[in-house]
Ligand binder design. Sequence first.
Ligand code: IVH
Length: 668
Amino acid sequence: MSESRSRERAAKQIRRLREEIVYHETQYYRDNNPQISDKEFDQLAKELEALEAQYPDLLTPDSPTQRVGEQLQEGFPSVEHHTPMLSLDNCYNTDELRNFEERIRKIIPEAELGYVVELKIDGLGIAIIYREGTLAQAVTRGDGIRGDDVTSNVRTIKSLPLSIDQAGEVEVRGEIFLPFTSFRSLNQEREESGETVFANPRNAAAGSIRMLDPKVVASRRLDAFLYTLFLDGAEMASQWESLQKLHDLGFKTNPRSQLCTSLEEVIDLYQNLINERDHLEYDVDGIVIKVNPTEQQRRLGHTSKFPRWAISLKFPARQATTRINDISIQVGRTGALTPVAALDPVKLSGITISRSTLHNEDEIRRKDIRIGDTVLIERSGDVIPRVVSVMKDRRSGQERAFEFPTSCPVCRTRTFRPENEAVARCVNPSCPAVVRESLLHFASRRAMNIEGLGEALVDQLLESGLVHKIPDLYHLSLEGLEQLERMGRKSSQNLLEEIDKSRHNDLSRLIFALGIRYVGERTAQILAGHFESMDSLAQASLEELMELDDVGPKVGESMVFFFQQPENRALIESLRAAGLNLISALEKDIGERPLEGKTFVLTGSLKDMSREQAKTRIESLGGKVTSSLSSRTDYLVVGEAPGSKLPAAQRLGTIQLSEEEFLELISG
Ligand code: IVH
């Protein structure tokens, strides 16, 4: 092909890509309605960049590749950043990561390389300026050059210090995010009241930080990790030192950050973090690898968009496109009717997804979801994926709208939907679906944690008539259980032990397990900590309840209503009679938490106990166990055949304990 022909082709392709990218940017940023996955979007951007690099004369300043980030919003004053807030180059596999190191080697061949590896928090970038120790201004990343001044909103983030012990001007940068627990309760509330639910914590955080009323922002419980520090006149020698200094100044830094001396170590850590991802309390979409010494960073410099000294390595995608084959209705423990989509099975970060909640009738209408539609789904933290958006461009005309039922599909009772709510409910308290779901919730891991009491067994218990209501669980016998299918002596005994163990659970678990509307795990913990016994909680007035930070009128009224119902009072009495603990552990344990505030990491295997046992023991004494080592780790417990954590601990100067020393510490 002649030179001019291929150039012409490239020009055409560049035009096409730009149009497509601008279209998707608008769908994503303005309309919150992405039509392709983040990964597909990145691929378009990369393709365009490559073409523009090949034909630099075709590059124009209005190309979407020339913009660092999202468009500015109205309603907040826009402010210029002191230094541009650059974005990060992305890669998706370890080969691409090796290319990154090769590019570095070309620029600084003689340097001994060290990297800081951080989690890539899926939130929104923020720059915060402190003047003479006082939080003076907070600006979103915006387009990288200018951002929105959201100072009043950022001041509501409790983990951010409003003042620091450092004179002059200090700028810190990091990521604002919404922890999963807050995200879940926020969405639950929105779902109940018929507002649109957020597809993921990132959208929820972005929506929250741009609200005009800081009081509402405060109720959202945002949080922030910081990772960049600019100190007036005093440059930090390395990224690692910056993280330490940030921590010393009182900022929250991510405890999973690590210093690595080779790319192999980085790759090992990446694998570990992929496995840990599902156990984190916040959403992450990969890791960020940063050349550690500031001097090397300076020599590497940056392109117009990215620093050359840092890159992100993404985790496997959690977005996918699939088709809705059918919609059915599920009845939950509160009687709520939830529409659920049956999907063409797709793999999402290792799990095959074939169902997704569609939340409620209004949500289906708002998103105009139809049977037969192709949709973008996303899984973030929760195992349950959400439909982010409908790809209307892919409709064939064969799609069918869904007719929401007016009676319970399980017991046929007519449903009730209060005027100001979005949720239709089955109001029959003995609807088999309601009883089943209440039992499953009661036994679930985050509630009473009765291992082995899953769906199949609950169904059998109900069908056999051994259980009609929650307290019946505590009167099950070995003989009764052994009659059930697939329940031998051993599994029956195990189940009875599990049930017995749950009698001693902390009060907070029981409060959560009762399934009171709007009372999530966190609220249950706060209530247990404050009221210390089920009896004083049951007697609390609305005013007393609302004195607590996290209890608003909705939660308060729901609590009062719950304890007013005679059947709920009877339930508590039956649980008391069955020997369940109705007192908060805080009250029982005072003064018995000698490891409070201490963080442990375990490596190698222990002779006298499993890791799980060691972890439980540490936690029961108030300590914390994390899986990776950082500067915040207090002790490394070293068992047989320790792994790579041992040399890392030596580098960090972490206190090491042999198994004997560890046993002494926990028994003393
Ligand atoms: S470093 C010049 N570190 O990811 C360095 N960014 O895709 C640029 N992000 O704009 C940022 N976690 O908002 C860095 N540990 C981390 C991060 C992180 C999340 C965000 C940040 C950035 C975006 C780039």
